[in-house]
Structures are given as structure tokens and as C-alpha cells.
Write a protein that binds this ligand. Sequence first.
Ligand SMILES: C[S@@+](CC[C@H](N)C(=O)[O-])C[C@H]1O[C@@H](n2cnc3c(N)ncnc32)[C@H](O)[C@@H]1O
Length: 190
Amino acid sequence: MAFSSGIINTPFEFRGTEFYSTPYIVTKFLLNRISFNKKISILEPCCGSLAIVKILKEYKYKNITYFDLHPQNKKIKQQNFLLYKKRHDVIITNPPFSKTYGLLIHSLNIANTVIFFLPLDYLHGKKRYNMFYKRNFLDKVLIFTRRINLSENPNIYILNGLMTLAWFIFDKKSVNKKPTIEFIDAEGGY
Ligand SMILES: C[S@@+](CC[C@H](N)C(=O)[O-])C[C@H]1O[C@@H](n2cnc3c(N)ncnc32)[C@H](O)[C@@H]1O
């Protein structure tokens, strides 16, 4: 089911796979707030057309693994993330929203730090509360002050979407800490 006007604008052949890209600037906003040792192993398990991977490389992260269930080109490995068992330090992705729950459980099984780009409404719901929030897996939410429109082109950054989107940072090592909220000025410089 479509969640944003970006989906409605997406070509028909992509709709079934829930493919749309994270605008490059959205990942830059994240990586200017949160940084890791450049040598840690990072997994982008639903990499689409590599929009997040490109920016991770630009920020000099050296050890990046990526694949997708429906690769956009032959250079991208085809892999169902739910069948992938190798551990990584950090997982970063913009998952297909309709499959987020299972992908997040799996991510937290194979990484301590998991960063998903999600509708802010993902904070709501009893099942999610019991599985993620009650157990204090959520560390931080970075909320964009304007609604970003998602399309298949990561160069496009238009602030007329239908959903409020945010970076959700889960960290299994900080379960004794309450989650924090920060805002990203979507119109500001990163
Ligand atoms: C919203 S797109 C995001 C693409 C990319 N992460 C980005 O931020 O630009 C979601 C992607 O998840 C992929 N996907 C869906 N289910 C998957 C699975 N089980 N394993 C791996 N990739 C999956 C889809 O093919 C699609 O490319």
C-alpha cells in the first residue's frame, strides 16, 4: 500500500518491490549527526540503487556490505536479507515500509546498532512497543522538520511529502538509557 505521494509517482514496475530512494541529502544529515569509526562493518541490506551506500562511501566508510532482494542492476548482489546470517557492527537502511517489522527484528539479531529511515508513526503500536520500545532498544529519533517526498531519484529532495519521516537509531548496548529526540532542520544546511 502506498504511504507517500512519492510512491504514487513511482513507475508501475517498481511499486510491487517498494523501491524508492533515500535522497542523498537525507543520509548526509544523518552522517553529520552520528559518526562511527571508519573501519566498522556496515550492512545496507535493502540497498536499492545504492543511494545510502554512495553517501557512506563519500563519508569514507571502508567496510560496507550491500545487497537487495530485487537488484536494480547486475552489479548489485541479489539476496533476501531475511535469510542472511552474518553479523555486522551497524545496519543502515531505508526498508520497504510494509516489511519493516520483520526486517527490524532480523537486523537486531545480527547487529547491535540498527538505523532505519521510517515514518515517525512507527513509534506507535502495541506490537512494536512490546518488541522494541519496552525493551529500550530505541536510542534516538532524528525527526525531519518538513515532510520529505520520496521518489526513485536520490538527487530529488522535495519537501511536500505526506509523511513525517525520521531516522530511528536502535542500539542494543544502550538499553539502560531512555531514548532521545533530535530535530533535523530539513531546510537547513547539513
Ligand atoms: C524503500 S527501498 C530503499 C532502497 C535503499 N535502501 C535506499 O535507501 O535508497 C526498499 C528496498 O528494499 C528491498 N527489499 C525488500 N525486501 C527485501 C528483503 N527481504 N531483502 C533485501 N531487500 C529487500 C526492495 O527491493 C527495495 O529495493
